[in-house]
Design a protein around this ligand. Structure first.
Ligand SMILES: C[S@@+](CC[C@H](N)C(=O)[O-])C[C@H]1O[C@@H](n2cnc3c(N)ncnc32)[C@H](O)[C@@H]1O
Length: 351
């Protein structure tokens, strides 16, 4: 009992420390940008007292949820402390060195500044851009090497607690296949990026077969680095497009997808949902996590607006208004439900 309380204090302290570090980085870097590369087009973003209170309350609820799920054995407690500190430390100087390039791209609205070597015909048009002014978009090893740290800073250290919100609904959904051997259950993580969700999934599903898919070779290489030392069966990584998944109909019992939908045009979101339902076996579960939306989180509207006004996120403004619940039902998903956790909304649905 006492041990539990100490571990919980350690977890809360860790999360609060990450939050302070993220806020401090953002404060210093935006001051520096205003000094060295001022941009009048940037939306001034002031957090008032009420918003700050809402943020703190919502972050507190997220931590509580994360802790409770670990305590209830939805996933192992050690996942709560699993961060690649050394990697962050070595990548951090790269963020600073790269910052002037990001500012320049933002100022000049240069959003298609991609490596010359890429073969553009291999990628959909919407993908060929510098999402959030990121150097090389998703198309270089450099971009993949600093992505995790950037996301951690963006979310003030809450990225993994938010990603872990997909685990409980997925575990509940997979009970539909309780009579099968766990090693025969297949879970696909679409747009797996650098593999952080895969790591959370492997912690919660040690025996199931897990596959990660992404369009970027560089991000898949980074994912491979993250997951190669994990216990359990090797996680398979596949290069592919979410709009044309290279799998047979009814071949998965679980599909997850984290932080992809806000970067897709509306028609592509629909195509991807149709692919998810196609590859899921009847009774299989989809868990989708992405940004919060206006209708459930109106108190955070200014944060959502700041995101698409200040970063290159051309599909986000449409995403936050898109009725994804309804779209899921229209294409045939059942038991559609959704819940928001701090900056992330999680949907679950059954085929
Ligand atoms: C914002 S990142 C999210 C990565 C990861 N799921 C996470 O939680 O950090 C978006 C990812 O989607 C991938 N992506 C974008 N469009 C895709 C598509 N049509 N098919 C597969 N992956 C795609 C990108 O390469 C990138 O790795």
């Amino acid at each position: 009992m006492a041990q539990d309380s100490i571990t919980k204090i350690a977890y809360n302290t860790l999360q609060q420390g990450k939050s302070i570090a993220g806020l401090a980085h953002k404060e210093i870097s935006s001051k520096l940008m205003n000094l060295l590369s001022p941009d009048e087009k940037l939306n001034d973003f002031n957090i008032d007292k009420n918003l700050l209170l809402d943020i703190q309350k919502s972050m507190g609820k997220l931590r509580e949820e994360d802790w409770n799920d670990a305590e209830n054995n939805i996933y192992p407690l050690k996942l709560l402390f699993d961060e690649p500190w050394l990697r962050y430390l070595t990548q951090y100087p790269k963020l600073w060195l790269d910052m002037p390039n990001t500012w320049e791209r933002r100022k000049k609205q240069k959003n298609n500044d991609l490596p010359k070597s890429i073969e553009k015909e291999n990628y959909p048009n919407y993908y060929l851009r510098n999402f959030h002014h990121q150097t090389d978009g998703y198309l270089s090893d450099f971009s993949a090497s600093i992505y995790d740290l950037q996301v951690e800073i963006l979310f003030n250290g809450t990225a993994n607690p938010m990603r872990r919100r997909i685990i409980k609904p997925l575990k509940t959904g997979l009970l539909n296949f309780n009579n099968r051997k766990r090693s025969s259950i297949k879970i696909l993580d679409v747009a797996t990026g650098s593999g952080r969700t895969l790591k959370q999934l492997r912690g919660a599903f040690p025996k199931e077969k897990i596959i990660g898919l992404d369009l970027s070779d560089s991000y898949l290489k980074e994912a491979s680095r993250h997951i190669s030392s994990l216990e359990g069966d090797l996680i398979e990584l596949i290069k592919g497009n979410a709009e044309e998944l290279p799998f047979e109909d009814n071949s998965f019992q679980g599909v997850s997808c984290v932080y992809l939908f806000h970067e897709l045009p509306r028609t592509v979101r629909e195509n991807v949902l149709k692919e998810f339902i196609r590859i899921l076996e009847p009774g299989g579960t989809l868990v989708l996590a992405d940004s919060i939306q206006i209708k459930d989180s109106p108190e955070f509207l200014s944060i959502m607006e700041g995101f698409y006004k200040n970063f290159h996120e051309p599909f986000y403004c449409d995403y936050i208004k898109d009725d994804i619940d309804n779209k899921m039902k229209e294409i045939g998903f059942k038991e559609v439900s959704s819940q928001s956790f701090f900056m992330t909304k999680v949907w679950s649905a059954v085929k």
